[in-house]
Each structure stands twice: as C-alpha cells, then as structure tokens.
Design a protein around this ligand. Structure first.
Ligand code: FE2
Ligand code: FE2
Ligand code: FE2
Length: 435
C-alpha cells in the first residue's frame, strides 16, 4: 500500500512522459531526449538545481498539448508551420496542477523563434529563458536520426542549429549548445534506449515529493490530459473516478483507499494516450487493426505505471478494468479470485459510466437502463454480482455523483476547447516562420 515518504514527482513525470511517446515508433524517447538535452543546456548555462529540475519536467512533458497523431507528426519535422497551438494547449493542461504553474509558461512559448531579439517577448508577454532552452533542445532532438549511429551526425546537427543562430535560436543558447556538442557522452546518452534511467539517476531522488493530496491533484491533471484529447472522451475518466470512489466507500474501503481508488479511476485509461485521436473519433466502424490498437490500452496503462512500486494497488485497480470474472476479459484473462476487489469495482464503474454518459453520437442511457445491462453482465459472470447489487441499491446517489463530476469536467473541457480553437490560426509575430 502507498507508504510515506511520498512519491517523487519526477518519477511520475517520467512515467507519463513515456506514455506521450507510445503512439508511434517515430516518437519513441522524444520527450526524454528533450528533457535530457534541455537539462544539459541548463547546466551549461549555469542554472540552479531548482531551475534544472523544472526544465527537465517541462522537457519531459513539452508536447503534451499535441492531441492528434497528425499534430504530433507535424511537430517532428524540423521546419514546421503554425507551431504554437500545441504549445498553448500544453500550457493550459499543465497549469491545472498548481506546482506546474511556472513551468507551464516554459511550455507555452517553446516554439517562439529568437528573431533577432524580438522573441524575448511574444504577444506582449516576456518569453522565459527556459522556453528558449526547450526550443533548441526540441529542435536538436528532431534532427537526431534514429537509423544511423549518432556521433557521425554531430557535425550535420551543429551546422543546422548554428545556421539558425540569431534567427531562430538565441545566440547565447547556441554557444552553450556548441560547448555541449563537443562531448561524446552527451550524444550517446541522448540516443541511449535507457535514457529514462539516466534521467532518473540524475533527478529521481531530488525535487518535490507528492503526498496523497498532491498525488490526487497531479493525477486529476493527467485525467484531463487523457480525456481532453477528444470530445468523445472529454469527461469519461473523471466520471469513472467518481463512481469507483463511491462504490469503494460503500464497500467499506478506508478513506485513504477511497482516494487511491479515485486516482486509479483518473488513470484507468492512461494507455489511451497511445491511441491516435483519429481512431478515438472515427465515426465509422473500426477496422480490426484499429480495434486492436484500442484493445492495447490497458496493457499500456499497466506497463506505464509498473515502474513505481508505490502505485501497485492503483495499477492493479486501473489496469484490469477490462478483465472479466469469467476470464473473458483482456489482456491478462484474470478470472475469479485473481481479480482483486478494486479491479472489480473499476470494471463496474467503467461500464456504468460508459453507458450513462452522453456521447456526441448518442445520448447516455438512463441509470436504470444501464443498470439492467450491468445486471445482465453480472448474470453472465462478467461483472461482480455484489458490486452491481450495491450499485442498484445506491443508484440515484452514485449517478448524481457521476453527473456532478462530468458536468464539472465538461465545463473545463469547453473552456479548453474554446482556447485551443482560438490558437488554431496565425499567431502574432513570426509564427509561420517558426521552427
Ligand atoms: Fe513542440
Ligand atoms: Fe517536441
Ligand atoms: Fe474507460
């Protein structure tokens, strides 16, 4: 069970960072690379430990606002058009977690070109030095060719970066990069498949640790990152979390475990970050291949979370929500006693929420109609009969909690969506020239 002292924030960030790059082999380790390069540029520039930690976290999450596969691929091209929407969306997601309010601003401006000094400000606001560092780190990472050995690439990459000094990158930053680029270990680390371990060795024990309340608010932000990728899923995990927490409370879980259950609800679809929004939003029937991509999501959730031992119960409850008591679930085919009480609660909460919530293509079922479906699944030994009976007994109050949670996250999503759409145009100075 979760024990004090608390979970290092950086370890959590490293897990989420991995999830952001699962969507395509082209992206693998991109966020780790940007975190690593930005951190080392920061060292070269003499930044303090606290700034370096913030920079590494910002690097590890810098493209969190790129929602679709198309957008993610666009930003992996060295020369890119209209680069700011994903950066601004990332800012709005990251600032939901109060300790990230400062580093969210680094992410917001991570594609602002230096433009002979004009890039010290953007749309009337100062651009932090950290954004300039992220910018250079990010563009260096996209220049790395994963197919060939790295030391033979150094000259090409340096020429590319130095050729943009003053125009795209701050000259002081390019000087720091030039010094860094002379060190072979830097490049070898950057392409090391175990770069996450290298980052954890440097930063894993330092920095902020999260107590239960902070862990809850961090994961509420992660929940929004998962859900807000599509209007189809915009309120789903928040609803599941509310239902699962209340079912756990009624079953007699301790208050602490109820909070953990809420976190597990927030995270249960974490692996969906690996599913392109193009699939999540496809109006037509999914092909077998697309359906298989979706079916992988709980497997991913499991592997993303398993590196943090303190999250074990959360991982169990979150990752097994598509397992069924009769063994007909996936991907582990756990059955009977091998399926923990928490995982059974999550399965009920997930199905109930999925059936009752509104989707853009259909209205949600009434609570009673959804319950009848759950009872049928309990009769087939897919869901736990006792938990479904408990839901039946407290249907009105549980459904009210679900609606309250989903109404609140819907309001947040509307705001996010309006902001996101407002950035999808030409953005002030130099935006179309930005790389
Ligand atoms: Fe970016
Ligand atoms: Fe990037
Ligand atoms: Fe779900």
């Amino acid at each position: 069970m979760l024990t004090e002292p608390e979970i290092p924030l950086f370890n959590l960030v490293i897990c989420i960072s991995k999830a952001l790059d699962l969507i395509s082999p082209v992206l693998v380790n991109h966020h780790y690379q940007v975190a690593y390069i930005a951190y080392n540029l920061g060292v070269e520039l003499g930044l303090e430990t606290r700034q370096l930690n913030e920079l590494a976290i910002a690097g590890a999450m810098h493209d969190v606002g790129a929602l679709s596969l198309r957008e993610k691929m666009n930003i992996m091209a060295f020369e890119m058009k209209n680069p700011h929407p994903h950066a601004f969306q990332g800012y709005h997601l990251l600032k939901m977690f109060e300790p990230f309010s400062e580093l969210a601003a680094y992410v917001q401006y991570h594609h602002v070109p230096w433009d002979g000094g004009n890039g010290a400000a953007f749309q009337g606001r100062p651009v932090p030095l950290e954004s300039q560092i992220l910018h250079l780190a990010d563009r260096t990472a996209v220049l790395l060719n994963r197919q060939t050995e790295v030391l033979g690439q150094v000259r090409r990459i340096c020429e590319r970066i130095e050729g943009k000094s003053g125009e795209v990158f701050m000259p002081r930053m390019v000087d720091a990069f030039r010094n860094l680029s002379k060190k072979e270990y830097f490049w070898l680390d950057a392409v090391n498949p175990h770069l996450d371990q290298i980052l954890l060795q440097k930063l894993g024990t330092e920095g902020v640790k999260l107590n239960l309340e902070r862990l809850l608010s961090f994961n509420q932000m992660i929940c929004r990152i998962i859900d807000f990728r599509s209007h189809f899923t915009a309120t789903h995990s928040g609803g599941v979390a509310a239902v699962a927490e209340e079912l756990a409370r009624l079953i007699g879980f301790s208050e602490r475990d109820c909070r953990l259950m809420r976190i597990a609800g927030y995270l249960h679809d974490l692996g969906k970050l690996a599913v392109p929004t193009e699939i999540l939003e496809k109006p037509a029937k999914l092909s077998e291949e697309e359906f298989n991509v979706i079916r992988c999501h709980t497997y991913h959730t499991y592997h993303i979370l398993k590196d943090i031992a303190a999250l074990d119960p959360i991982n169990d409850w979150a990752s097994h929500h598509h397992e069924r008591l009769n063994g007909a679930g996936y991907p582990f085919h756990l059955e009977g006693d091998n399926l923990s009480l928490g995982a059974r609660i999550m399965a009920v909460a997930d199905v109930f929420t999925a059936l009752t919530e509104d989707r853009p293509y259909r209205k949600g079922m009434a609570g009673e109609t959804a319950l009848a479906e759950l009872q049928r699944m309990a009769e087939n030994q897919a869901l736990d009969h006792n938990i479904v009976s408990l839901l039946n007994l407290h249907l009105v109050e549980i459904n009210a909690l679900r609606i309250a949670s989903q109404t609140a996250s819907h309001a947040e999503y509307r705001q996010f969506d309006v902001i996101a759409k407002s950035y999808n145009g030409d953005q002030g100075n130099s935006s179309t020239r930005a790389i």
